[in-house]
Design a binder for this molecule. Structure first.
Ligand code: SF4
Length: 305
């Protein structure tokens, strides 16, 4: 049942952008979480600011029909900027928190693909940015397998850095996260549903690692990450650093931070805090160190060589 305040004129749009992503080009954002920022992490660098609802609970945060309604509005330019779907490189689930907390994630992915088909629009790959905290749940893994690209966060190299960087919800451990990633990887390697609307036979898996200066300078951290990557056996790695400023909003959530159009010339400068980032040289050194510790890797570096 849709709540009255979810009527289009009174609610946020669950489709946003397109934004230009350094990882994947022109990306239309899908927000399966909504007006209250909700995540099982509360990362020190989160572009959404302080997470309002830190939880591991899966539930329907946004009805699937509202996502489709907002796609239709973006397509028509109905009270929102018209989106040219022919120019999209990817449709990305991220938004106001952790997408896998949405109980209807699989249904949303399928509905979006069916909607593109019904409109005779080109098939755009669907990507999910996840913090990988929910992957021990079989139903989450089933939902994720509907996507074309799954990008898994792995910032921490041990339980201590999980606490310090990601400020994980009670009950989460790096051990459990690694176990969940390995389960997803092994299931994807073994089989994939024949009736899926995916563009390729199986989803592509990537690891996204956020490097903060303090950790990037610690060779033990890099070494332990290399060991985890080898254990997980996912060899496409994104090296990232917090280039997006953090809102100084306290516990208030500004939905504009989903797509984060802030830059240093923005008139909103006083509302955001620039975070310490790793340098280009550090990013390339991490890349070289990981390759020498692991062997062949496909690396997408936030700084291009
Ligand atoms: S996992 Fe993503 S959404 Fe959640 S707190 Fe970290 S950066 Fe923010």
């Amino acid at each position: 049942m849709v709540e009255p305040d979810n009527k289009p004129k009174n609610r946020i749009s669950y489709v946003y952008g397109p934004v230009t992503s350094w990882r994947s080009g022109t990306s239309l954002g899908i927000d399966p979480i909504g007006a209250i920022s909700t995540c099982s992490f509360n990362c020190s660098y989160c572009q959404l600011g302080q997470i309002q609802n830190i939880t591991r609970k899966r539930k329907i945060y946004v009805e699937t029909e509202l996502i489709i309604e907002d796609l239709e509005r973006a397509y028509q330019g109905d009270h929102v900027e018209k989106v040219d779907f022919t120019k999209l490189d990817v449709i990305t689930f991220a938004g106001s928190g952790e997408p896998t907390l949405a109980l209807n994630l699989g249904e949303m992915i399928k509905s979006i693909k069916n909607w593109l088909k019904a409109k005779n629009l080109k098939a755009v790959p669907v990507s999910i940015l996840t913090n990988a905290t929910t992957l021990e749940d079989e139903e989450v893994r089933r939902d994720l397998k509907e996507a074309d690209l799954i990008s898994l966060k792995l910032d921490a190299s041990d339980e201590l850095s999980l606490k310090s960087i990601n400020q994980a919800a009670t009950g989460l451990s790096l051990e459990g996260i690694i176990k969940g990633i390995k389960l997803l990887k092994s299931e994807i390697d073994l089989s994939h549903p024949a009736d899926s609307l995916r563009l390729s036979t199986k989803p592509e898996l990537q690891l996204q690692i956020m490097f903060l200066p303090k950790f990037a300078e610690n060779p033990e951290h890099i070494k332990r990450l290399a060991e985890l990557i080898t254990e997980i056996e996912i060899y496409k790695i994104q090296i990232n650093t917090p280039t997006r400023a953090k809102p100084k909003s306290g516990k208030e959530y500004w939905v504009e931070t989903r797509g984060n159009h802030y830059n240093s010339s923005s008139s909103h400068q006083e509302k955001y805090l620039e975070l310490p980032v790793i340098s280009k040289e550090q990013a390339f050194k991490i890349e070289d160190d990981l390759i020498s510790l692991i062997g062949e890797l496909q690396i997408i570096n936030v700084y291009k060589r």
